[in-house]
Write a protein that binds this ligand. Structure first.
Ligand code: IMP
Ligand code: MG
Length: 183
């Protein structure tokens, strides 16, 4: 796997450090909601964000719940198709809950835009988004992300949950994939 990586963008240590910071922010932000007896649900978008959510959840010092959704937007290519399908829905009703959507990467934003609209229609008490990465690209849907891990260049990146054709998800760092791998 390592030989297919052109550059390491974020090391394992940098990722862990940034996640600690975000977890501390979320703990502060949601302490009051929890104190009132309301519930907070982390929703991870499978499969890319599962690794991020697993690490993030353990840095949040509050009794949050966790659920998972799977949506497809990419197939095995490297560009968003704009066609989003729910492959696996949430296990329970989210009405009245405080939702934190945990995403791996915001690229075109099409996936999240669709997802947020869909979730909002289920009448949660609130919805916020935390994304580990946001690509610096010109065409991106306007998405309000409360927490962003890192800004990254508009290149195809893999690792720490992010895949190319289902591979590289288990790299502990985030790196740019050599273009000859997908050309
Ligand atoms: P969007 O709809 O274009 O914002 O794409 C969102 C999804 O596409 C992310 O949740 C990722 O699963 C995937 N994706 C976008 N950019 C990359 C990348 O550079 N590497 C791997 N997956 C990506
Ligand atoms: Mg993906």
């Amino acid at each position: 796997m390592h030989k297919d990586i052109q550059d390491i963008l974020f090391t394992e240590e940098e990722i862990a450090q940034r996640i600690e910071e975000i977890g501390a922010d979320i703990t502060k932000e949601y302490a009051e909601v929890i104190a009132k007896g309301e519930s907070v649900l982390l929703i991870s978008v499978l499969r890319g964000a599962a690794i991020f959510m697993a690490d993030l959840a353990r840095t949040i010092d509050l009794p949050v719940e966790m659920d998972y959704m799977a949506i497809s937007s990419y197939g095995n290519g490297t560009k968003s198709s704009g066609v989003v399908r729910i492959l696996k829905d949430l296990t329970s009703d989210i009405k009245g809950q405080h939702i934190i959507v945990v995403e791996d990467i915001l690229d075109s934003g099409l996936t999240l835009k669709y997802l947020l609209k869909n979730l909002a229609s289920r009448e949660p008490a609130s919805i916020e988004v935390v994304t580990l990465l946001r690509k610096k690209t010109l065409q991106q849907a306007k998405i309000n992300c409360k927490y962003i891990g890192f800004e990254c260049p508009d290149q195809f990146i893999v690792g720490y949950g992010l895949d190319y054709a289902e591979r590289y998800r288990n790299l502990p760092y985030i790196g740019i994939l050599k273009s000859e791998v997908y050309h």
